[in-house]
Design a protein around this ligand. Structure first.
Ligand code: ZN
Length: 251
């Protein structure tokens, strides 16, 4: 954010939209009904897996936003090889490549690996390896805390929502309570809002966070969307059927 730009009062924090327009729209609508937001912070992987990469990029770009890049975003613009992708993800990445316009490619290519916004640092995977590492255990969490220059970190990538506190030399991972104020205070934390477009915690609902800057608290929400509509679009596009099926299970 440019110097002199007013700090946002309410932030919609989301990640891993994965070209799922129905889930993305449901999240934006839900956040608007809950008082709205001044800006979206997107933690990467706007595309990949789902049937609407271009429409999801257009939707995000129609909103005030700050975004960092994810591994699927880089793959879709040919800036990352597909060796680390499983065969289904690779097939979806190849399909996504063919859907994007040059303007979309330029947009994704221009996204940074990290972004600092007030007390928060935004990154897709981890600060040690921004688009590759999954921050899911104490060792990876501590490594990111060591590199963190702000009090708080926001990550995505694993599609698993959590709040990780730094407690001296240790880290504690906690589930995000739904619909409750999460007060962070002075503690150093890393938070993952889960995934909008392909949750993997056994709950098929799209997940996101609202950050209230004035009260300095987060609230975590899950929202239902028309999974079957997305599945139909994926199959019609020729995307791998298991990628469509998993949306119903959140796995
Ligand atoms: Zn992802």
């Amino acid at each position: 954010m440019a110097e002199g730009t007013p700090q946002p009062k309410r932030v919609l924090v989301l990640t891993d939209v994965h070209a799922n327009l129905e889930a993305f729209s449901a999240v934006v609508d839900d956040a608007q009904q809950r008082g709205g937001f001044d800006v979206v912070w997107s933690l990467g992987d706007l595309v990949g897996y789902g049937p609407d990469p271009s429409a999801c990029l257009d939707r995000l770009r129609s909103l005030p936003h700050v975004a960092v890049v994810g591994n699927h975003d880089l793959a879709a613009v040919g800036k990352m090889g597909l060796e680390l992708f499983n065969p289904l993800a690779a097939a979806a990445a190849r399909w996504s490549m063919g859907q994007l316009t040059q303007e979309h490619r330029d947009y994704l290519s221009g996204l940074p690996l990290t972004a600092e916004q007030g007390k928060f640092t935004l990154v897709h995977g981890s600060l040690r390896d921004p688009v590759v590492e999954y921050l899911l255990d104490e060792e990876s969490a501590l490594a990111t805390f060591e590199l963190l220059k702000t009090p708080r970190c926001l990550v995505g990538h694993s599609h698993v929502p959590f709040l990780c506190h730094r407690r001296g030399p240790r880290c504690v991972f906690l589930r995000l309570p739904e619909g409750e104020r999460i007060e962070i205070g002075e503690e150093r934390v890393t938070v993952n809002p889960g995934s909008v477009g392909q949750p993997r915690d056994g709950d098929p609902r799209a997940g996101y966070l609202l950050y209230n800057a004035e009260g300095d608290f987060l609230v975590y929400y899950r929202v239902t969307y028309d999974v079957e509509a997305v599945q139909r679009k994926m199959l019609a596009a020729g995307l791998p059927a298991p990628l469509a099926e998993r949306l119903a299970h959140g796995r």
